[in-house]
Ligand binder design. Structure first.
Ligand code: M6R
Length: 616
């Protein structure tokens, strides 16, 4: 949703805050701002700079500003309450400019709070829910900002990660979180005890430290240059051991690629190997992070998969993998629907939550619903220390590294690998996959990094085929069986970054209505790689050809026949159908990427979207 950064220390404030926001811009890019405690002439004042639009507008605004100080906060916004505008952008300051805050989340009872503060004479400048917090801090200020924050938090309903500074306490940065992520970065090496950071995620501070403290919900933290104090929800001081982050700084840089999305597409061979690494030993899958007993694993009689967007498509793929190998029924639900559908969950069910960020509000709510029903829960998560990974009974981390592009690519392939690993793991624990079959599956999994590399070598050939979308206003993606999920993912990638409408279907469904849409401005993208249903898909493509449709097909290398019915063909290496989703999704991502760039669009930051959706 929004991105937060904060710093206390002697580095250039402008640089730390702005560079941090650059790394966090993927979380929201409607507007941005910073507040710094400026200590020129030893006279503490809060100076706030804000700009609407992408972050570089703020960059231009502060470029020539002399910013001297050692304490500051910054924010990049994805609007929820109040249109994107300078006045609605964060930070928000108290009327006397003595307190400044940034906030990520939603204060659900903001209207009541606003009414009561207005009665007390507070004047609101913005339409945001956030502004109530700064006036509450001002109204309740005790002379100790951390204490005041602890005092007002029970008044706030909803979610927040927030950071505040005050001219009256120029040596402390005070923060809190509930339902929205916030990490504390600790000064390291020579700078130990000389500086500290806060950020919505580690990417913003990775260039300074890999030592972080993950805060829990309802905790408040007071950060000085040389001290970090954390209070739990009962206002008791607590000690939290720092975690070492293994992501490298390179993951937060474009590394010569035009866009993060393209870089992340290219990282997939490595991501596949990294996700497999350490989790395959001989013919077994080893997952240390699953805290379920042998008995609990044996008793699993039904599986639910709950996720959103691309992660939901990983779930759809997972259903095919698990059902075909384990013969356990799997239900896949869009997380925003799951808990409202009165789901039937029993204590022997396993609920798998798939989420790149581990903080998607609906998926997190799905996890809590599942736990309430007594089910066992496992997260397939990319971001370490995230909410879902901490609340689930077990987590399989996808080693995709930081994913910056709003369109998820490498996280998706990593999620699929995690699902294969989980299937192998459950298959062995429940004695439902023979050792021979496991060996076969592992052999295939190990072929995938090389195959992904081969596909990436065809990037320019695939890029040339985007002319199929010239003049297109819509498109239809088809697949069958396990590749229906990949058709869904391919269509999501296309709409999300190229803004061409796309729908996906199991190919046999086309003739039941959607075939009517096929025209010059609505091409067909078909997945027809070798499979048990290859002939059926081919017939469906023929039906489109017979009606003059423009067609591009993903086929298995060596399939000459398909070229006679499809105008354009992208050939991929041959692999068992069960593993074909990984091979098939990469060309789909490349196709969407080059369609978007051919339309000159900002691929990394598609309009109206944000990377993590921490609100319902
Ligand atoms: O962090 P999550 O995996 O929970 O995010 C779920 C969706 O918001 C996400 O996959 C979204 O659909 C992507 N923009 C798709 O590319």
């Amino acid at each position: 949703m929004c991105g937060i950064i904060g710093y206390i220390g002697d580095r250039s404030l402008k640089e730390v805050l702005y560079n941090g926001l650059v790394k966090l811009e993927y979380r929201g890019y409607d507007s941005a701002g910073i507040s710094v405690l400026s200590s020129e002439q030893n006279d503490n004042k809060i100076a706030t700079f804000k700009a609407t639009g992408k972050l570089h507008h703020l960059g231009e605004k502060i470029k020539n500003e002399k910013i001297i100080g050692h304490l500051g906060i910054g924010h990049t916004r994805w609007a929820t309450h109040g249109v994107p505008s300078t006045v609605n952008s964060h930070p928000h300051n108290s009327s006397d400019n003595s307190i400044s805050i940034v906030h990520n989340g939603i204060i659900e009872n903001h209207a009541e709070l606003r009414a009561s503060l207005t009665q007390k004479g507070y004047k609101f400048l913005s339409a945001t829910d956030t502004e109530v917090i700064v006036h509450l801090l001002d109204d309740n200020y005790t002379g100790d900002l951390a204490e005041t924050l602890r005092k007002i938090l029970p008044l706030l309903e909803g979610t927040y990660a927030l950071a505040c500074i005050s001219v009256k306490e120029p040596d402390v940065l005070v923060c809190a979180r509930k339902g929205s992520p916030l990490v504390v970065g600790l000064g390291k090496g020579e700078n130990e005890n000389k500086e500290n950071f806060i950020a919505s995620d580690v990417s913003a501070i990775l260039e300074y430290t890999d030592q972080v403290i993950f805060l829990d919900d309802n905790e408040v933290v007071a950060i000085k240059k040389d001290q970090v104090k954390v209070w739990d929800e009962n206002h008791n001081l607590k000690t939290i051991a720092p975690t070492t982050i293994e992501w490298t700084l390179e993951t937060a840089e474009k590394g010569g690629y035009a866009h993060f999305t393209l870089k992340e597409i290219h990282e997939q061979p490595k991501v596949i190997s990294d996700t497999l690494k350490g989790k395959i030993k001989g013919n077994s899958a080893v997952i240390d992070e699953i805290n379920l007993s042998q008995e609990e694993l044996e008793n699993i009689s039904k599986i639910h998969i709950v996720a959103c967007g691309t992660s939901y498509h990983a779930g759809l793929t997972g259903k095919y993998i698990i059902e075909s190998e384990l013969r356990i029924p799997v239900e896949v639900d869009v997380a925003s629907e799951f808990r409202y559908n009165n789901p039937i969950i029993s204590s022997t069910d396993l609920v798998i939550l798939i989420s790149q960020s581990g903080e998607t509000a609906d998926t997190l709510a799905g996890l809590r619903e599942a736990k309430k029903a007594g089910a066992k829960t496992i997260g397939i998560i990319n971001v370490m220390g995230s909410n879902i990974s901490r609340e689930a009974d077990g987590t399989i981390y996808t080693n995709a590294g930081l994913e910056v592009g709003v369109a998820s690519t490498k996280a998706f392939t990593a999620q699929l690998i995690a699902l294969y690993i989980l299937t192998l793991f459950l298959g062995e624990k429940k004695a439902s996959i023979s050792e021979e079959r496991r060996a076969y599956m592992i052999e295939n999994l190990q072929k995938l990094p090389k195959m992904a590399e081969e596909i990436l070598k065809m990037e320019s050939t695939i890029a040339e085929k985007v002319s199929i979308f010239d003049g297109a206003i819509s498109s239809i993606f088809i697949g069958r069986n396990i590749n229906t999920a990949i058709a869904c993912e391919g269509s999501l990638k296309l709409k999300e970054i190229s803004y061409i409408h796309a729908e996906a279907y199991p190919s046999g469904e086309l003739k039941h209505g959607s075939l009517a849409l096929i025209s010059d401005v609505c091409p067909l993208v078909a997945i027809a790689t070798k499979s048990s249903t290859y002939d059926k898909v081919k017939s469906n493509i023929e039906e489109v050809k017979a009606r003059g449709g423009k067609i591009i097909t993903l086929a298995t290398v060596g399939d000459k026949e398909i070229a006679n019915i499809s105008g354009e063909v992208i050939y991929v290496p041959e692999i068992d159908e069960l593993f074909s989703p990984i091979v098939n999704v990469i060309p789909m991502q490349i196709l969407a990427y080059y369609t978007a760039t051919s339309r000159d669009l900002d691929v990394d930051k598609p309009r109206n979207l944000a990377k993590s959706v921490t609100v319902e």
